[in-house]
Design a protein. Structure first.
Length: 401
């Protein structure tokens, strides 16, 4: 049946068609979440050349950050509570309200909260969630704004989130509040306060070359920052936080970059002769026998890092390269456990997800699961042990920090 052009439909027929399309859209949306759930549980995004489901949604499905985030959150809530499938299909809930309810849903209250949140707006569901899990109220106070230039005196300044909240409090709620419902009998005991999710740092572009960083620090980190500002008081006399952070970041890059091979150590060279001998030195260091099979010479690590551009070199079946920069490790193409040498040609950069995928494809998932269980049973996490047996990834010939 061919679809008629919207302009050819009468208003009543157009309204009916819109309701039909809205229902079809919801059904497709739920089917998408179910497929995304199975895709995530199989970790098929790793085989497709992506380090995470988030990366796959952005780069392969071409979803934007907000759309990808809402779908991933709703998918994980739907995984925990399959009963939410029907409300999503008939419109009682949407992606945003499902994600909000996921903070407080339990097996005991899912039916009650589903009934109270049905067909409610996001603001109403937020109020319902807050009535179950209290939030910390923002501190009341005033802050001085920068003086505006005379030319911009007549322009209205945009309100921040906290300022909009204060305006709403001063003039009353902008939207009707959701009635928590009648109570019968004594009031229930106060539910335990659940741990609030950690707020992610935000980087907001304020101009072509400058960004604003907003991050939450704990007390220890704040004290360390103040100590660093004091230590740099001669170099940064005005205590500018951006300059202090830049110095800290540069020092960290120099320290960890040398260990990872991303930064070459400063040496006194003898001109072009020294540069020409670097490649030969790398090959000599790679083939030289060492006491520990998992040891990879620093000059080899630097050569691999430079060749792969500091990004995961894993390429999926469709030719898509991962290019992730997160948790990079050196991966032996032919594992060291099978005789693979620590040479530039036999090494590549891989994110942890693709390093593990290579190990599973070589040694089997059950074999790797056994190593992970043995590592997790120990009293000291392997990644933090000062003296410990070779880690599973090292036994497979994969270098990890």
């Amino acid at each position: 049946m061919s679809a008629l052009a919207p302009a050819s439909l009468e208003s009543n027929a157009l309204a009916i068609r819109l309701r039909e399309l809205a229902g079809e859209e919801r059904n497709v949306q739920v089917d998408f979440l179910l497929h995304l759930d199975e895709f995530d549980q199989r970790r098929a995004f790793v085989e497709a050349g992506h380090a995470s489901l988030w990366s796959y949604c952005l780069e392969a499905l071409h979803l934007r950050e907000g759309a990808a985030g809402r779908r991933i959150q709703a998918m994980r809530v739907l995984r925990r509570f399959p009963v939410l499938e029907a409300p999503l299909r008939d419109g009682r809930l949407c992606l945003s309200t499902v994600a909000l309810l996921g903070q407080v849903l339990t097996e005991e209250n899912v039916d009650d909260l589903l009934a109270r949140a049905a067909f409610r707006t996001r603001a109403e569901v937020e109020h319902l969630v807050a009535s179950i899990q209290a939030r910390t109220a923002p501190r009341a106070g005033l802050r001085k704004l920068a003086e505006r230039a005379p030319a911009a005196a007549s322009a209205a300044l945009p309100l921040s989130g906290s300022e909009r909240a204060e305006m709403a409090t001063a003039h009353g709620p902008a939207e009707p509040a959701l009635d928590p419902g009648p109570t019968t009998g004594p009031l229930p005991a106060t539910p335990p306060i659940l741990a609030q999710p950690k707020r992610r740092a935000e980087t907001l572009a304020v101009s072509e070359t400058h960004w604003s960083l907003r991050v939450t620090l704990d007390r220890a980190c704040k004290e360390d920052l103040e100590t660093l500002r004091s230590l740099l008081s001669h170099k940064v006399p005005d205590g500018d936080l951006a300059a202090v952070l830049r110095e800290a970041i540069r020092c960290a890059i120099e320290k960890h970059g040398k260990r990872k091979g991303a930064v070459a150590p400063e040496r006194k060279t003898k001109g072009a002769k020294q540069a020409a001998s670097n490649e030969a030195a790398a090959n000599m260091a790679a083939v030289k026998p060492s006491a520990a099979r998992s040891t990879i010479p620093a000059i080899v690590r630097r050569a691999v890092w430079k060749r792969d551009g500091g990004r995961c070199a894993w390429v999926g079946p469709d030719g898509c390269r991962c290019n992730s920069r997160w948790k990079l490790e050196l991966d032996h193409i032919q594992p060291a456990a099978l005789g693979g040498p620590p040479t530039v040609e036999n090494l590549r950069l891989a994110c942890r997800a693709h390093n593990l995928l290579h190990a599973e494809s070589t040694f089997g998932r059950e074999h790797m699961d056994r190593f992970r269980r043995e590592a997790s049973d120990g009293p000291t996490p392997p990644a933090r042990a000062d003296v410990a047996p070779l880690r599973p990834v090292m036994q497979l010939g994969m270098w990890a920090s």
